[in-house]
Design a protein around this ligand. Sequence first.
Ligand SMILES: [Cu+2]
Length: 498
Amino acid sequence: MRLPFTRLALPRAAKATLIALGIVLLSGGLWQSRLLDGFAICAPSSTTAGSASAAAAPAATPAPMKQGAMTSDMHAPTVFTLRSGVSEGRLVYFGVGGDINGEVNPSLLVHEGETVQINLINGEGAEHDIVVDQYGARSSRVVGKGASSAVTFTASKTGEFAYYCSAPGHREAGMEGRIRGVPGARGAAAATAADISRDPIDLPAPIGARPPQIVRVDLRTVELQGQLADKTTYNYWTFNGKVPGPMVRVRVGDTVEVHLRNDENSVMTHSVDFHAALGPGGGSEFTQTDPGAETVMTFRALTPGLFVYHCATPSVPQHITNGMYGMILVEPEGGLPQVDREFYVMQGEMYTAQPFGAQGDQEMDYEKLISERPEYFVFNGAVGALTKAHPLRAGAGETIRIFFGVGGPNFTSSFHLIGEVFDRVYQSGGLTSPPLTGVQTVSVPPGGATVVDLKVRRAGRYTLVDHALSRIERGLVGSLIVDGPRDDDIMHAGPALK
Ligand SMILES: [Cu+2]
């Protein structure tokens, strides 16, 4: 496919416009640079010829606003800066500064009624603009590398809309992102809380060859405020303070002695149901535990496999969505084939009263929970858990294994690693059947799991997703960063090397 930015020639009729624009750019240059440096300005720059703001006064010299003046006033402009560029062969917008710095086609969160300004910098030389149809916003074209423009508009309605480049072919080539208008004024203070997301490398080492034994497992149920997303917090219910709960690793034939202690600061009763345990309730009948109390339950691990465990205190889906799920691996005799790195990843969905992206502390919405209308989808408990906080890392040529499960409580995952193929898949987490080979996407139901093995052959950044890809827009994305030399024999830009 030819990239659209090879079509650089301007329409003949646009020549005069270009000259005029050049003059505007020159005259606007001084305060354009102020605008980009200061991130705060009262009026749009003179290059915002197509600004949606009726109040724009292009000829006037604007007085730069004080940096701090816009933090709490909802009528002050909320400023985003985007730079055009190329990422993985696609034309994109990169976020510049703030929360969106470096993100490809970052999602922009605005609040209803706010004045919003988007600065656009031309990062690579083709002609671009930025358009949001629903807000009637259209910037002027930025022509030539380093040129910039801005558009100012009022976030007049709530909803999720596209921003995109209207230059022919650019939207299709990748220049499109989302802007979300949410109700209510912007929260004055940034909400911060503990990182509840479990690092995917936080799991026990392989067991190897040993005879069956008694294994003690200590679970502590903790209710705590955690970071759900940037500037967004949530009251999680957890096993051991993280989501997912700790990965338990035993071998077939082991006797598992579970001590469940419910923190004295808890409000709720909690319990645990091990899918690996045989007997009514998977142990939950013996482990209903009041705040400050401890219960003990023992079971034999008789079936090899990767199994989910979760709290099973009514309302069970409420305890699960709040974070109460984890996995237990019951290794077959002799263990699994050796790999260089292992990772522990779980998917869940969350049902907040406010829409996805709202800032501040979020409440769970029971009506949305029982009608299966989630606002968030997350890997390891939080938005950004596996992209910003704890991306997966490996070296080119290494073999990796992902223990993947779905806490849910309701949504099946179509687990996929963009740019890779799973060499071995233990379907449904079963370890007594031979694995499937050469698999692109694995269906994992709530309360289910899978084990995938693969060799990462080429360096680069790979992306973990549920291939129900709309869920990326609700937080469900992870990164696998593979370091090392790029093997161009496997993939390279351009025609085949001869
Ligand atoms: Cu619970």
